[in-house]
Ligand binder design. Structure first.
Ligand code: AMP
Length: 120
């Protein structure tokens, strides 16, 4: 799948759409989800143009991978989530219902988060 330069997160990265920013460095931007599924719902995205985890894990430079992983942990700690805990999730492709075709990691927290997956 080719990267769509007009997806909503690309537009946030270009400053064309506002976001409630939580964190930013050279490789990463994080912001609150517009339609939160938990009391805390943050999205962490690479600044590079990657469609999904599949694309990012195959093509991102080591510095981008390290920056993203470090950022997720640092954001969670800075929001006080390490205790009582949080969940991270990344959707890839049709079966996961990925909606926005720019790789993102969800951080959910702020209440007991229930089962990992719906029953089939
Ligand atoms: P996914 O289904 O994993 O692709 O998740 C996409 C997420 O992006 C959803 O949780 C949406 O609520 C969220 N989202 C879509 N548009 C925006 C936006 N403009 N700002 C913040 N979050 C957004």
């Amino acid at each position: 799948m080719d990267y769509d330069r007009n997806n909503v997160f690309a537009r946030i990265l270009r400053g064309e759409i506002p976001c409630k920013k939580v964190f930013e460095d050279d490789h990463v931007l994080a912001f609150h989800d517009i339609n939160p599924q938990a009391p805390v719902h943050v999205l962490v995205i690479p600044k590079g143009a990657y469609v999904s985890f599949d694309d990012f894990s195959a093509k991102a430079a080591p510095a981008e991978v390290v920056a993203l992983v470090r950022a997720v942990g640092a954001i969670a700690r800075s929001l006080g989530l390490a205790d009582p805990g949080y969940r991270i999730l990344a959707n890839h492709g049709r079966d996961s219902h990925q909606e926005v075709p720019h790789f993102h990691i969800h951080i959910f927290a702020g209440r007991p988060l229930g089962r990992m997956l719906e029953r089939a």
